[in-house]
Design a protein around this ligand. Structure first.
Ligand code: FES
Length: 336
């Protein structure tokens, strides 16, 4: 699912900001070079973090038909690497660099049946898609799972719009999503589109595989920003380059290696394409695999990792640990 789009950068002017759920900011942008946004598309945004310019991807939640307005909605994550803080500080009149809409999560029109699954802020990737399916009178179920109502952006609007097609699961109300039951409702002709935390998407992928359903019918969007564990500071060593780099909780391993002068391969920077793969030579700690590129078996083997999103952590229950360091985790790697 690597992006196949050509990035066309332009200016986006902020025309409205509004808080729409706990820590979720809705931002309306007017692009200088409007282009129609297809369902499932996103924009890349240049954000400024501690003097660094960095790129973040955000789903287009709503858009004017001619593309003259684009809406993104962004969760201010407590452990964010800084992008969401930048977005939450925006005010009307601010200008920022954004791409024209990019597409790597297309909706295939014509399936017999659809399941759309959104976990938390993953709802932003699914709203446009659900709207299209509704307009097409397609057979779809739109599943929205969250921790509590206050944190679930767009919940009431979606209930009004999609009625019985929307199925809501709320942890605090004792109606948590049962992934196996959801997947059990899929048939050979069902296409499932999802966006949400990596734990949720991994559980769906596992269940989908166990049921022997067609893998191409399982489609997902990931922005590579959620892991199994909180980000920690860790050390990466690259003996072939004579490098030893400390990776702070707000930087990715890829960024830290680039900062140190390493010539790295990458494409998506979202844990989808595998181009940034590094081989693990030695590990003191465990790997928090945050990509959707490797299979569970490959992740458990701890032989390689997608360094754009995955991190080293001190040993945690449930992760394969080679050793438990007393200080930060240390991963020794070889780059391609
Ligand atoms: S750059 Fe695509 S997975 Fe890392």
């Amino acid at each position: 699912m690597a992006a196949t789009n050509i990035e066309v950068w332009q200016l986006g002017t902020v025309v409205e900001v509004r808080n729409i759920a706990a820590n979720v900011q809705r931002v309306v942008l007017e692009p200088s070079r409007p282009k129609t946004a297809e369902p499932g598309s996103h924009i890349d945004v240049m954000v400024s973090i501690d003097g660094h310019q960095d790129k973040r991807s955000y789903s287009i939640v709503e858009s004017a038909e001619d593309g003259t307005q684009l809406v993104i909605s962004v969760l201010k994550a407590p452990l964010s690497r800084g992008g969401s803080l930048f977005i939450h500080a925006l005010q009307p009149g601010d200008q920022l660099e954004i791409t024209q809409p990019l597409q790597n999560f297309p909706l295939r029109v014509g399936a017999q049946r659809y399941i759309l699954l959104a976990g938390g802020i993953g709802i932003t990737a699914m709203i446009n898609m659900a709207q299209v399916l509704r307009n097409l009178k397609a057979d779809y179920t739109f599943v929205y799972a969250g921790r509590n109502r206050a944190a679930m952006a767009y919940l009431e609007e979606l209930q009004d719009l999609h009625g019985e097609n929307l199925v809501v699961h709320i942890d605090d109300e004792g109606t948590s999503l049962d992934v196996d039951a959801l997947v059990a409702g899929a048939t050979e002709d069902t296409e499932l589109y999802m966006c949400g935390p990596i734990r949720l998407m991994d559980a769906v992928r596992r269940s989908w595989t166990e049921r022997g359903l067609s893998y191409p019918n399982l489609r997902f969007e990931t922005f590579g920003n959620s892991g199994w564990y909180d980000p920690e500071e860790f050390v990466v060593k690259v003996p072939s380059l004579g490098l030893q780099v400390l990776v702070g909780p707000g930087r990715s391993m890829l960024e830290a290696l680039e900062d140190a002068g390493a010539d790295m391969m990458f494409d998506c920077r979202k844990g989808e394409c595998g181009l940034c793969e590094v081989r693990i030579l030695q590990l003191e700690g465990a790997i928090d695999h945050r990509d959707v590129f490797y299979s569970s078996r490959q992740k458990n083997a701890t032989e390689k990792m997608a360094c754009c999103v995955s991190r080293a952590v001190t040993s945690k229950t449930g992760l394969t640990a080679e050793a438990s360091p007393s200080g930060p985790a240390i991963v020794t790697i070889e780059v391609s």
